[in-house]
Write a protein that binds this ligand. Structure first.
Ligand SMILES: [Zn+2]
Length: 372
């Protein structure tokens, strides 16, 4: 038997990214816009290129390689409106044996014509993708309306019908990210009490519903989300980069909502969960809280697995779980080598790695016990 010696390194469960857009890989770090302008200026033009299936496949393979380079072994992933974008990311994940959840975007309003489906094709394409991919090996499907503003009522209804028909699949969307967006939602859905209430009315708030951002919610919303079993993806690099706001982790957790970290690339600025934890710490610090290293690690591993209802399969090293893990290298860069050498405890070393580390500090990534 071959023995690999990882002395002086730290083996952690594979990182789990609760919210990311693979088609936005190449627009990461685009300058100067808040959410709605950012979508029009950068995200939509990038997603139009995915009309070409070959291009979608090429980006999907590059995206999966980047996840693995960052020690991420599971992600909940947005595609584009094109059904073949979901095929592309599932094929790329399957080739490496990853546990991954993804879906084709549903979008038929307030968006460019090139990226528009309709309620019927949204339903039919998603259903075909569920039948093709959900539960195939380690893959899972997420019904993926982009957000409330980009779906007609008929499309939200179709999505809700699908969500009721397939309770075992995920629902993945955005919620309460940006003030302008929230005002538009209130105008478009005048009968709804809140943004979350829109999703709830269409049957999209349930177990296995995962909402990115959740920045501007009140206690009633938090109680509703907790009661219905929805989960939140905390995406600090995106929330800071797009100037969206600060995630209220203590309030979310106090309400009993499952939370995990998400990178939200390309609104987010890194696929590294270490760098994401670094920004999460600062987001909490601005609200007079702190994020200890062990809690940050939890949000990137077991906490994220709980948010995705995958904690029976992944998230820690309990017997019977799948052997996905990352090998962290304290000496991945000169500064992390020096800082961790000066640290006294494992908490201090890990905190230094979260504050200073990135993909250079990932020595190896294992999927189902196999180095990839
Ligand atoms: Zn997003």
């Amino acid at each position: 038997m071959e023995v690999t010696d990882y002395r002086d390194k730290l083996i952690v469960p594979g990182f789990i990214d609760c919210h990311v857009h693979f088609p936005q890989l190449d627009i990461i770090g685009s300058f100067g816009a808040q959410l709605l302008d950012w979508l029009n200026q950068y995200a939509y033009p990038a997603e139009m290129r995915f009309a070409d299936p070959d291009y979608a496949r090429e980006v999907a393979v590059a995206f999966i390689d980047e996840l693995l380079r960052n020690g991420t072994t599971t992600a909940l992933v947005f595609g584009t409106v094109h059904a073949h974008s979901a095929d592309a990311i599932f094929e790329a994940a399957e080739a490496k044996g990853l546990r991954l959840i993804a879906g084709k975007v549903l979008m038929d309003s307030n968006c460019p014509d090139e990226l528009r489906d309709d309620p019927e094709t949204a339903y039919a394409d998603s259903k075909a993708l569920i039948e093709r991919w959900h539960g195939k090996g380690r893959l899972g499907y997420a019904i993926t309306p982009r957000f409330a503003l980009t779906s007609s009522e008929a499309q939200l209804e179709a999505a809700g019908r699908l969500a009721a028909e397939y309770p075992e699949v995920w629902v993945h969307t955005h919620l309460a990210e940006n003030h302008e967006e929230i005002e538009d939602v209130a105008r478009q859905f005048p009968d709804s009490r809140s943004y979350l209430d829109v999703y709830d009315r269409y049957g999209l708030l349930r177990e296995r519903s995962v909402f990115a951002h959740c920045l501007h919610m009140d206690d009633t919303d938090r109680g509703l989300m907790a009661g219905k079993g929805g989960a939140a993806a905390f995406c600090p690099t995106s929330n800071l980069f797009l100037g969206s706001g600060l995630f209220r982790l203590p309030a979310m957790r106090a309400a009993g909502i499952r939370c995990g970290l998400g990178t939200d690339v390309g609104g987010g600025t890194s696929l590294s969960l270490l760098r994401t934890a670094n920004e999460a710490y600062k987001v909490l610090h601005l609200q007079e809280h702190a994020l200890p290293a062990m809690q940050a690690l939890y949000l990137a591993t077991l906490g994220a697995a709980e948010a995705l209802h995958l904690d029976r399969e992944i998230g820690n090293f309990a017997p019977g779980k799948e052997a996905d893990f990352a090998v962290l290298d304290f000496a991945g860069s000169n500064i992390t080598a020096r800082r961790t050498a000066a640290a006294d405890s494992i908490e201090e070393k890990l905190f230094a790695l979260m504050t200073l580390g990135d993909d250079r500090n990932i020595a190896a990534t294992y999927v189902l016990g196999r180095r990839v």
